[in-house]
Ligand binder design. Structure first.
Ligand code: MSP
Length: 503
């Protein structure tokens, strides 16, 4: 039995409600997990929330709330958004889950026992009012870049993780496994970073400064650094270390999808943590780009956030998915604007796809009462295009390229629309060439059926509407093996408009 495809999103910080950047990562992973189910794989899709650390503790305090109560109140906002966007994960982990905290403590203890974590002292420039450490190059005129006050050099007892010991191993691993860090430009970026000596990572925070974190079993005065805690989720969520049988069924992960801003944590800290624990490496860490507005990253701190729930309500969740998947090459940044989204909606969804489905089902109803008259041709041009689109979609998705996958599907949609223009069924009807008309409409509706199936991983709602007209349940690659599923006994109901234009 092949191992299930294990795919993860980053865990989202819960200090604010999710925006379009967060929706993007989850939509990508949802699409990949639907795709793998589509081709017959078993899938485990994991997402969740990152709830410890200074940022979250501070936000809760500013709101005058207990931190636990604050995070408990934020998590449902993420879950609700995933529901609104039709995102189905198989697991949802919170870093405040008891099993996760226990797993992190066991990981820490293991690495302490093996000597990969050691006690040392941390020296840095600290701004007391902002509770932040700065490096000398980050200072503004020798002062705190945030509040412009004096900083002090302080020394703290802390615990360190021996990244340096594994630097040479990591460089070789990345070089020898071209699929480990993708896209290639990110692999080069990380190999460039690894040219300088790697410093050991400070993985503790003194309780005196931060108490909102997981206790370190061998250091009662410290809690663990939030990234060490959060990265461990990818193994704790599937059973490490308590349920090793379940864990072995899923590990290693096939795909960690992350944003480019958290590449270093996932391609330096994380692989070294795994190596030190004696675990296998994930197959691929893929860093996607950012959505920007007027050149700036969409983010709470820039104040240019876009609410994905509002967009989904206004234009439909399939429209939002389509826009995000189609507008940019995975890995590159994308400029977000509502005008671009509306343009995609009008051109690709309402015109190309919506019209194709509506006019072909309407013509079948008008001329033949919705009944297919004859079987489809064995070797028509539409059939050849359909097979090309299927193969193109599948190989693009295996290559982590949803944009090209959608282009392949649109080649079939465009070809089918052109077929209508070329064959002019309304003229055939006028001239009473009913046999020819029956052939044309069968070919056309077969192309529509095929399109509806192909779209399942990308536009789940539209796909299921199309597929239900053709009585296709749980569409998958198995339904794309033959051209000619339509027979004279098939009746196809005229569907409602798939993408009605908003005013
Ligand atoms: N909590 C960490 C991740 C820990 S994973 C073990 C974190 N959280 S985050 O909420 O700040 O970001 C989560 C993801 O959202 C990141 O992959 C980030 O790249 C992505 N995005 C946040 N803003 C974004 C855009 N404007 N555009 C695209 N994705 C961006 O980092």
């Amino acid at each position: 039995m092949p191992k299930p495809f294990y795919i993860t999103t980053p865990l989202y910080y819960v200090n604010d409600k999710p925006h379009i950047g967060h929706a993007y990562t989850n939509i990508l992973c949802d699409t990949f997990s639907r795709f793998h189910r589509f081709i017959g794989d078993k899938v485990f899709f994991l997402t969740g929330t990152d709830e410890h650390g200074e940022k979250i503790d501070k936000t809760a305090k500013q709101k005058g709330m207990e931190t636990q109560a604050f995070v408990d109140g934020m998590v449902p906002r993420f879950k609700e958004l995933w529901k609104i966007l039709d995102i189905h994960s198989d697991g949802f982990i919170r870093t405040t889950d008891l099993f996760h905290k226990k797993a992190v403590q066991e990981i820490l203890q293991k690495l302490y026992d093996s000597g990969d974590i050691y006690a040392g002292s941390y020296k840095g420039l600290y701004c007391t009012p902002c509770e932040s450490f700065w490096t000398s190059s980050q200072l503004a005129g020798g002062k705190c870049p945030d509040c412009k006050r004096e900083v002090q050099e302080i020394t703290e007892e802390n615990y360190f993780f021996r990244l340096s010991k594994y630097q040479d191993w990591l460089i070789h691993y990345i070089q020898e496994h071209p699929d480990f860090v993708r896209p290639a430009m990110r692999k080069n970026e990380i190999l460039g970073f690894l040219k300088a000596p790697l410093e050991d990572l400070c993985i503790s925070r003194p309780r005196a400064r931060l108490s909102w974190g997981i206790n370190i079993p061998f250091a009662p005065n410290h809690v663990v650094y939030v990234w060490f805690d959060a990265l461990s989720n990818y193994i704790s969520a599937i059973g490490y270390p308590g349920k090793m049988n379940e864990f072995q069924e899923l590990w290693p992960a096939d795909l960690h999808m992350v944003g480019k801003d958290i590449l270093r944590q996932h391609t330096v800290y994380w692989p070294i943590m795994l190596k030190a624990l004696g675990l296998e490496m994930p197959k691929t860490v893929f860093a996607h780009g950012w959505w920007t507005m007027e050149g700036a990253k969409v983010s709470k701190s820039t104040g240019n956030v876009v609410d994905p729930a509002e967009l989904a309500q206004k234009y439909g969740r399939d429209t939002l998915r389509y826009f995000l998947l189609r507008e940019v090459n995975l890995g590159m940044d994308g400029a977000y604007s509502e005008e671009l989204l509306v343009a995609r909606f009008n051109r690709d969804l309402a015109n190309d796809l919506g019209n194709l489905v509506l006019r072909s089902t309407s013509m079948l109803e008008r001329y033949f009462g919705g009944k297919i008259q004859i079987a489809s041709a064995k070797n028509s041009e539409l059939r050849q295009q359909a097979f090309r689109s299927r193969d193109g979609m599948i190989s693009a998705m295996k290559n982590l390229d949803p944009r090209s996958a959608l282009s392949s599907i649109w080649e079939l949609i465009t070809r089918a629309n052109r077929y209508v223009e070329e064959t002019k069924p309304w003229i055939l009807a006028k001239e009473n060439k009913m046999e020819e008309l029956a052939t044309v409409l069968t070919e056309l509706l077969e192309a529509v059926r095929y399109t509806g199936i192909l779209l399942a991983p990308f536009l789940p709602e539209a796909s299921s509407k199309i597929c239900s007209s053709f009585a296709v349940l749980n569409p998958g690659a198995k339904d794309l093996e033959t051209w000619g599923a339509l027979t004279p006994s098939t009746t196809i109901a005229k569907g409602a408009a798939l993408f009605p234009r908003s005013s």
